[in-house]
Design a protein around this ligand. Structure first.
Ligand code: MRU
Length: 365
């Protein structure tokens, strides 16, 4: 995407195959700063500590992590170790395991001497496929937006609500849930976006809002609790969110708070779409509520908050009493029955076992 007139991606691989540059998302929206990762260990830390985040981007970064590991040691044991270690970085988004399996499958049959350059090429291919997948999701989502707009009085904008950051920062480009928004805006369609702040890490307030501002898309940040009220008052035409893992029967795991938005949308007859690249599909699981591992993150993300001081420094302050504990489940599961449809790169399918069975397998090596 374009930032300050310059084309930018959240992950760029170096031509010498020695490192990747990422946007350090911990500093946004206040500072746009790149970080260079030159080892698999650095990629692991960047994923675990959320310098980069978002299911598709985690997968792409992990693929480059394997490629960097192969530069250090490309023997079988090192390949197995790199894949096993990177898989531990975060538990919920299945794109991580998917990308690592793809890298392992691609490399295991090669002689160790050939692995480093093959791994780099495979990681680059995976990253470019992510861009194409998201662009296709954007096209299918745009068709839905056009239909919804056609039902509104002429001249009125389509009011879209989104949760967390499923934007280009969470992918290699375009974003998933934001791809239709960017394509609609580029096509001159009137869209206005309600951006859930997405406590506790505020991916909506810090990242989605920043992205939309850069692109000039009209938007307003809302407290997470405002969505239901806005839906009751006809202020939301459609909800679109991303996903971290979708089961074979269509249960959707996404950022904590997504489920409450789906409930409110259902109660108010607002369509609730999930933008789902097929690498986010986990056909091995069925009952999302019981089977998907939910990441529990540090209580400090709830008890403290970071922001820009009057002096222009990014500072962290405590929100809660010293004596209060906190819990921080990072994802929740929206049952398939609350999902209007899944928008995939192959088209729009119902969130049902039958709909999902029609989808081709995500690209294998
Ligand atoms: O914890 P995060 O910031 O990695 O969570 C990200 C989300 O939940 C996104 O909405 C999801 O990964 C979809 S990204 C296209």
């Amino acid at each position: 995407m374009i930032v300050n007139g310059r084309s930018l991606r959240p992950l760029v691989s170096a031509p010498d195959m020695m490192s990747i540059d990422i946007i350090d998302q911990r500093l946004l929206p206040h500072r746009l700063q790149l970080a260079r990762l030159a080892t698999a260990a650095e990629v692991f830390t960047a994923i675990r500590d959320m310098w980069l985040r978002g299911a598709p981007l985690i997968g792409a970064a992990a693929a480059f992590g394997v490629a960097l590991a192969m530069r250090e040691d490309s023997r079988d044991a090192a390949l197995d170790r790199a894949v096993a270690t990177l898989a531990e970085a975060r538990p919920t988004a299945v794109n991580l395991a998917w990308a690592l399996r793809r890298m392992h499958d691609r490399l295991e049959g090669l002689a160790p001497g050939l692995r480093a350059s093959a791994a780099w090429r495979e990681a680059e291919a995976l990253a470019e496929e992510d861009v194409a997948i998201n662009a296709a999701i954007g096209g299918h989502g745009l068709a839905i937006f056009r239909e919804l707009l056609a039902r509104k009085p002429a001249g009125q904008p389509l009011k879209v609500l989104t949760h967390c950051n499923a934007g280009w920062l969470a992918t290699v480009d375009w974003g998933t849930a934001t791809a239709p928004i960017y394509q609609a805006h580029a096509a001159g369609l009137p869209v206005e976006v309600w951006v859930d702040e997405t406590r506790p890490r505020n991916q909506g307030a810090s990242l989605t809002a920043w992205e939309l501002a850069q692109a000039g898309v009209p938007h307003r940040v809302i407290a997470d609790n405002a969505g239901g009220h806005l839906m009751q008052h006809g202020e939301v035409d459609v909800v679109i969110v991303g996903c971290d893992r979708v089961t074979a029967r269509g249960d959707v795991c996404n950022k904590i708070g997504t489920y409450l938005k789906a409930l409110a949308a259902h109660d108010n007859g607002v369509p609730f779409y999930v933008a789902m690249p097929t690498p986010t599909l986990d056909r091995s699981l069925h009952d999302g509520l019981r089977e998907i591992p939910i990441e529990e993150r540090s209580a400090r993300e709830v008890t403290h908050i970071a922001g820009l001081s009057a002096q222009g420094d990014v500072v962290e302050v405590r929100l809660t009493p010293e004596a209060s504990g906190a819990a921080n489940p990072a994802f929740d599961v929206t049952p398939a029955r609350l999902v209007t449809a899944l928008i995939t790169e192959h088209g729009v399918v119902p969130a049902t076992a039958e709909g999902i069975a029609r989808l081709p397998q995500a690209t294998a090596p």
